[in-house]
Design a protein around this ligand. Structure first.
Ligand code: ADP
Ligand code: MG
Length: 292
């Protein structure tokens, strides 16, 4: 493309809330064969809500929620915000937590009122030597509903199962239909568990899922998808997404995301929703056509 046609293309894109940080991205994006999407905060709103809470014998809801909220108050994960908000809504006084520890992509733990409280994925509690079997059936059902199950242990005993669920962003289904109509494959990369990820992927007609990816594994996931499908555009929003945005042939940051993500991206969507990716793709094709 000529410099002038690229200027026209990036100018038109900007009018529609799509910022191309480098003109050449307009040409790279045109060659994309697969759109890989981060789940939380990109496909979804990233504002989960607590939906379910199950208890083992000897624990009551208010007590468990107070202990778990105490731990989560120290965490910045969207899951943590969902749990703290639920405790607040129920008028529960949240105690203070000490010795907070976060294991990225796995879960969190702390001491609350002299008790050790751990919350996270099944693999997190299993690693702590806690038997999660009493809740695996229920967790499976919750996952099939697209909810994220979180196991709770108190002093090394399985105490509860909590589920949170996130809302699909407006514009996500429409954008995915447009990617397919353009002959592209659509993939999802997430730290969430396989079953929940598969349920959401099925609902959205996503072709390929890479789940239970630790933040450090997102780059490897991008590489793997590129090997399978070819030229790849990755869309993400979080700090964790920055390396994957840099690794992708085209990195697209959703504008409501973090500064680090925006700085690592080639394209920035000023409006959060994924229809901006469709706009970017359409313009990348038009710009090239104009100069022929
Ligand atoms: P994603 O951004 O796709 O949700 P993460 O790597 O942030 O992926 O999280 C992966 C999993 O780690 C979550 O689904 C959850 O099981 C567990 N986890 C992470 N942070 C927390 C937290 N603060 N409380 C409970 N579980 C957590
Ligand atoms: Mg995200």
């Amino acid at each position: 493309a000529t410099p002038v046609s690229i200027m026209v293309g990036t100018g038109r894109a900007a009018e529609q809330g799509v910022l191309f940080r480098k003109g050449e991205s307009l040409q790279t994006l045109r060659n994309a064969k697969v759109i890989a999407l981060d789940k939380t905060g990109t496909l979804t709103e990233g504002k989960p809500k607590l939906t379910d809470l199950e208890l083992t014998n000897g624990f009551d809801r208010e007590q468990l929620l107070a202990l778990v909220a105490a731990v989560e108050q120290e965490s910045e994960h969207p899951i943590a915000q969902a749990i703290v908000a639920a405790a607040d809504d129920e008028g529960i006084r949240i105690p203070l937590a000490e010795s907070f520890q976060s294991t990225t992509g796995m879960g969190v733990a702390a001491t609350v009122q002299g008790q050790t409280v751990s919350v996270g994925a099944d693999r997190f509690l299993s690693e702590l030597g806690i038997d999660v079997a009493p809740f695996t059936e229920r967790a499976k059902e919750l996952g099939q509903e697209g909810k994220t199950p979180l196991y709770v242990a108190i002093d090394g005993q399985l105490a509860g199962l909590i589920a949170v669920a996130d809302t699909i962003r407006e514009g996500t289904p429409e954008a995915i239909r447009a990617f397919h109509a353009a002959g592209l494959k659509v993939a999802m990369i997430t730290g969430d568990n396989h079953r929940t990820a598969a349920a959401i992927a099925h609902q959205l007609d996503i072709d390929k899922v890479v789940a239970e990816v630790l933040p450090a594994g997102k780059v490897a996931a991008v590489e793997k998808l590129r090997q399978e499908f070819g030229n790849l555009a990755f869309v993400g929003d979080g700090i964790n997404d920055a390396p994957a945005l840099a690794e992708a042939d085209t990195g697209i940051a959703v504008g409501s995301g973090t500064d680090v993500a925006i700085e690592s991206a080639d394209v920035v969507l000023m409006r959060g929703d994924l229809r901006g990716v469709v706009t970017a793709l359409t313009l990348s094709h038009k710009t090239i056509r104009n100069i022929k």
